[in-house]
Design a protein around this ligand. Structure first.
Ligand code: DLL
Length: 431
């Protein structure tokens, strides 16, 4: 089943032709409206007239997360503010988030991307579909929400939290589909066990998982414990949100919505095209108006497969995300940069710049522990005073990261000093 069979099954030549035309338009848009891109293109001595086919994309500059930060908050916006109808935000590498503005047309493209994905997963208008991603600045909740509405299933905006209430609703309403992070799916299964509710009492049949890396083992476990078929959905806020790519019934990679987002694979060291094997995924938005991005370096490492897929879609498939070419961590579906944690620690005079970030998985949920040394002058034998400092740090971390971390305050000198680069992150999860 297709949502938009014509676009999902274009011949490769037709697709390249469409991509070339759309690329030329988006280049014109940013050249004339975004000073950052005009300057970058002038540096490379490229004019919009030089972009005629999709192959010409190699002439264009890359865009990085740092460029977004340098142009904070809305320096890369390509249209007047009155055309922006929604704004989302995702984690930046330091205190400042990345702001993404959408025009009405951008929201249409986004919900079509998600509707295509849901149709490919076999969701129909008969389904009752629970969106259990966080609603808010994160793109997961609203992204899925409008995709489900567009394709016509019934959306239940459950969001996250209230897990027990959610399970009751699933059982009583007969909810058949769910979208959430894979780790939240496992948490749901665990909570059902605790409540003594078996998978036969609920009617879930299709699950849509993404926003964090997951493995085939996790897929099997989720399918087994919740009694559903689990599909992968990929995306990132800078480009649009969920819906950049999606699996089909063959489950042999995720089809990229290539008429909206043009993919390239590069070697993250040399920035050259990666012809074989895994590389960093680079995406160009072909229709976006609010914040169009040229050759955005996603930092996600993956593979691209152009061979024909048994489902009939002709679009390229990306493999699972194999890792990142930067140090971003995804904890309970939330993107966290170690640099954000460091800037909180350094902003408080009580703490030394010696710290460790320990990520683990307890049961099915990720945990985040920050071990930090106190400066000698603040290390006192006074339990309430120390507890107060700890609470302050937890509070500030929560404000910046949107997640609650555990904190261990350590006496000065207790973290072993390394002679080379300090290892600040210990990730004990096996994903
Ligand atoms: O996580 C959007 C999303 C929401 C995707 C719901 C899928 C479902 P960000 O918060 O900007 O956006 O995080 C984007 O998350 O660069 C990947 O590293 C990671 N990621 C997203 N989907 C997957 C996936 C959303 N299916 C970052 N598998 C991306 C592995 C994923 N990693």
């Amino acid at each position: 089943m297709f949502w938009n069979q014509i676009k999902e099954c274009l011949s490769r030549d037709e697709m390249a032709d469409l991509q070339g035309k759309r690329l030329r338009k988006v280049v014109e848009l940013v050249y004339h409206n975004v000073p950052f891109y005009r300057a970058k293109m002038q540096e490379l001595d490229v004019q919009p007239e030089d972009i005629n086919t999709i192959e010409d994309i190699g002439k264009l500059p890359f865009t990085t997360k740092k460029d977004l930060r340098d142009n904070y908050p809305v320096g890369l916006q390509a249209v007047p503010q009155e055309m922006i109808v929604r704004t989302h935000a995702s984690s930046g590498t330091t205190g400042k988030p990345t702001i993404v503005g959408y025009t009405r047309k951008d929201l249409g493209v986004w919900s079509e991307s998600v509707a295509r994905a849901l149709t490919s997963f076999g969701v129909t208008r008969q389904d009752l579909f629970s969106v259990s991603y966080g609603y808010g600045l994160f793109t997961g909740g609203l992204g899925l929400h409008y995709g489900v509405e567009k394709m016509g299933a019934t959306v239940i905006p459950a969001s996250t939290g209230s897990t027990e209430k959610h399970i009751t609703l699933m059982r009583d309403l007969g909810i058949t589909g769910i979208a959430c992070t894979p780790s939240y799916a496992l948490h749901l299964a665990e909570t059902m066990d605790e409540l003594g509710i078996s998978r036969d009492e609920i009617k879930l049949r299709v699950g849509v998982f993404g926003a964090e890396p997951w493995t085939e083992d996790m897929r099997r476990e989720i399918e087994d414990r919740l009694g559903l078929k689990a599909y992968n959905l990929y995306g990132l806020s800078e480009i649009t949100g969920p819906g950049v790519s999606y699996e089909c019934e063959m489950q042999n990679g995720s089809h990229i919505n290539e008429d909206f987002f043009y993919p390239e694979l590069i070697n993250p060291e040399t920035l050259e095209k990666q012809a074989l094997g895994a590389g960093e995924l680079v995406l160009t938005t072909l229709l976006k108006e609010g914040m169009p991005l040229l050759r955005y370096r996603t930092r996600d490492l993956t593979t691209l497969d152009y061979s024909r897929c048994g489902c009939g879609r002709t679009s390229v498939r990306m493999g699972r995300i194999l890792g990142r070419s930067d140090d971003m961590l995804i904890i309970r579906g939330i993107n966290i940069f170690p640099s954000q944690i460091e800037s909180v620690i350094l902003s408080m005079k009580e703490f030394a710049p010696q710290y460790q970030i320990v990520v683990d998985r307890k049961g099915t949920l990720d945990s985040l522990l920050i071990q930090v040394e106190l400066r000698p002058e603040y290390f006192v034998d006074d339990f309430p005073a120390m507890e107060k400092k700890k609470k302050m740090l937890i509070q500030r971390l929560r404000t910046v990261l949107s997640i609650t971390a555990e904190v261990d305050l350590l006496p000065p000198g207790s973290i072993s000093r390394s002679e080379g680069k300090a290892t600040h992150v210990i990730d004990k999860r096996n994903i």
